[in-house]
Write a protein that binds this ligand. Structure first.
Ligand SMILES: Nc1ncnc2c1ncn2[C@@H]1O[C@H](COP(=O)(O)OP(=O)(O)OP(=O)(O)O)[C@@H](O)[C@H]1O
Ligand SMILES: [Mg+2]
Length: 256
């Protein structure tokens, strides 16, 4: 199994949106996918189900050694896509530093997911590289960094990539997939310049070729609790996430 964390320094850049739609793209391609919410805000569950406030989830597993993996799994309408919401557990201190015991529990979680036959585990995360996000990154195989295409957004990226590189001293296997430009508006000068600027600033291997356009359909999709690809008129967005999925497969050497 390959675990991919969707992580960013800044909040609101599209992590949850990317996690949901990337998981959907992998699942449509036939991979057995587990989408996990490691953000205590619980946005994945809120976006995909109505009942998630009551569901158990990832934080219940972290906080309780007796909690079974199976009790966390929420099936979706798609056979190849299951979800683990953030859950109720408050056993984890927000903003706390890296914790070896929590990281061990994250490792156990990923081990169980592998045994259960999942091929891909996509993990949404809370913004920043501290606390639970750090614990998750210390255990994961790869990280994808969404970044909004706007002038101010770009400044945080070199620092974020440096932070991830430093984190590899704790997790040598962590592959930095690169930056994914999100909310790109190619017809708006400022957005296009920010997107192009990012591609000039970073080595090409550090920026995904696929970029996610700004589109109101994303808001509609989260209002309806579905991935954007199931909505009418979302063909090009479906193509975007499919291209992203193939790029990631190629970078990680994954094949079915
Ligand atoms: N490509 C896009 N086009 C238009 N709106 C988008 C796009 N991507 C995300 N959004 C919207 O922007 C808002 C923030 O997105 P999202 O919740 O995915 O970001 P996030 O990085 O997970 O935020 P947080 O740091 O709070 O977890 C949401 O309302 C979402 O619907
Ligand atoms: Mg989020």
């Amino acid at each position: 199994m390959t675990s991919i964390v969707v992580s960013s320094q800044k909040g609101g850049v599209g992590k949850t949106t990317v996690s949901i739609n990337l998981a959907y793209a992998f699942a449509r391609a036939g991979w057995n996918v587990l989408l996990v919410d490691s953000d205590p805000q619980g946005s994945v569950g809120l976006s995909l189900t109505r009942q998630s406030r009551k569901l158990l989830g990832f934080f219940d597993y972290l906080g309780d050694e007796g909690r079974s993996f199976d009790s966390l799994i929420v099936p979706t309408r798609m056979e190849t896509l299951s979800m683990v919401p953030a859950g109720q557990g408050e056993g984890y201190e927000l903003g706390g530093g890296y914790s070896e015991s929590v990281a061990k529990r994250v490792d156990a979680f990923l081990g169980e997911a592998e045994i259960k036959g999942y091929d891909i585990c996509i993990m949404d995360s809370a913004a920043g590289l501290f606390g639970i996000t750090r614990d998750v990154l210390v255990c994961a195989d790869a990280v994808l960094v969404p970044q909004q295409a706007e002038p101010l957004g770009i400044r945080s990226i070199p620092k974020m990539l440096q932070g991830l590189t430093e984190l590899r001293s704790q997790n040598e296997k962590l592959q930095i997939l690169g930056v994914l430009l999100t909310m790109v508006q190619r017809d708006l000068v400022e957005s296009a310049e920010a997107a192009n600027g990012m591609r000039q600033l970073l080595p090409s291997a550090m920026v995904m070729e696929a970029e996610v356009a700004r589109d109101d359909l994303f808001l509609k999709a989260s209002g309806k609790g579905v991935p954007v690809g199931v909505l009418q008129g979302a063909t090009s967005l479906l193509d975007t996430f499919n291209s992203l999925r193939m790029e990631i497969e190629s970078k990680l050497g994954l094949s079915r």
